[in-house]
Write a protein that binds this ligand. Structure first.
Ligand SMILES: C[S@@+](CC[C@H](N)C(=O)[O-])C[C@H]1O[C@@H](n2cnc3c(N)ncnc32)[C@H](O)[C@@H]1O
Length: 240
């Protein structure tokens, strides 16, 4: 077995290993029972992600070196700080976060963070046309844009976000749709949520890709992560 981190054949072999895949899925489901995605912070801010997805984002940011990262869903700001810290190491770029409800203590912590100079925030619904127009204005002229969708996880909401924000993503860059894994999870995991199997980011991505040819699922990413909240959610932009 090769040790080359970029050997696609190794990823394909992993993807075909049914035992490995099913054990990984079991582990994923068991970890969700403990809200595992809430276990971590990045440079002091809680980040609601699996570490594998942050690794994938790091690889994408280093490869794309975006001028702007747009992320819907700020929560405590950990993912904004994560992207901002990567851009700080790259030496350029900024992060624009959108959230319907930026709690004052989260806003204060983000605004006082050492990475704050690379972060701006907009409060409002990501599917509000006026908010989307502000995001468009802020990204105008950018040569490379990455978009991460991690707000409300219903089909209708994510599909609208895909319509509004996918045009911002530049060729060679990525549109990342998190929590597509909801489709593979039992309904009981979402007792108080408007989303669940049949109505979630994955169903939205599938509908979006039926008519959009600019994006293609990058299966190599999900294959190598093994544990991810975003199967079929790493979308590579193929065209201007
Ligand atoms: C899963 S959390 C985001 C986690 C964050 N990206 C991270 O990695 O730490 C979801 C966030 O989406 C926000 N949200 C829910 N509905 C929204 C909407 N319509 N527009 C924008 N943000 C929304 C919530 O307020 C919440 O902060």
């Amino acid at each position: 077995m090769s040790h080359d981190p970029r050997d696609p054949e190794r990823m394909r072999q992993m993807a075909k290993d049914e035992k490995l895949q099913s054990r990984a899925h079991e582990l994923f489901l068991d970890s969700c029972r403990y809200n595992y995605s809430y276990n971590y912070s990045w440079l002091g801010r809680p980040v609601i992600q699996y570490p594998q997805d942050l690794m994938a984002l790091q690889e994408i940011l280093w490869r794309v070196k975006p001028d702007v990262v747009v992320e819907t869903g700020i929560a405590h700001g950990g993912s904004l700080v994560f992207s901002a810290s990567m851009l700080e190491l790259i030496g350029r770029g900024r992060v624009l976060g959108v959230d319907i409800d930026i709690r004052p203590h989260n806003r204060a912590a983000i605004e006082n963070h050492p990475m704050a100079r690379r972060i701006s925030m907009i409060q409002g619904s990501s599917v509000d046309d006026a908010i989307a127009a502000r995001v468009r204005d802020e990204t105008r002229g950018a040569k490379a844009v990455v978009v991460v969708l991690d707000s409300n996880h219903t089909h209708a909401h994510v599909l609208r976000e895909l319509e509004l924000y996918s045009p911002l993503v530049t060729r060679g860059s990525y549109l990342i749709v998190l929590d597509t894994v909801v489709e593979d999870m039992p309904k009981e995991f979402f007792p108080n949520r408007p989303w669940g199997p049949g109505d979630n980011p994955r169903t939205a991505v599938r509908e979006f890709l039926r008519s959009n040819r600019r994006f293609q699922i990058d299966r190599e990413i999900q294959d190598k992560l093994l544990l991810t909240t975003a199967p079929e959610g790493y979308l590579r932009c193929l065209a201007d």
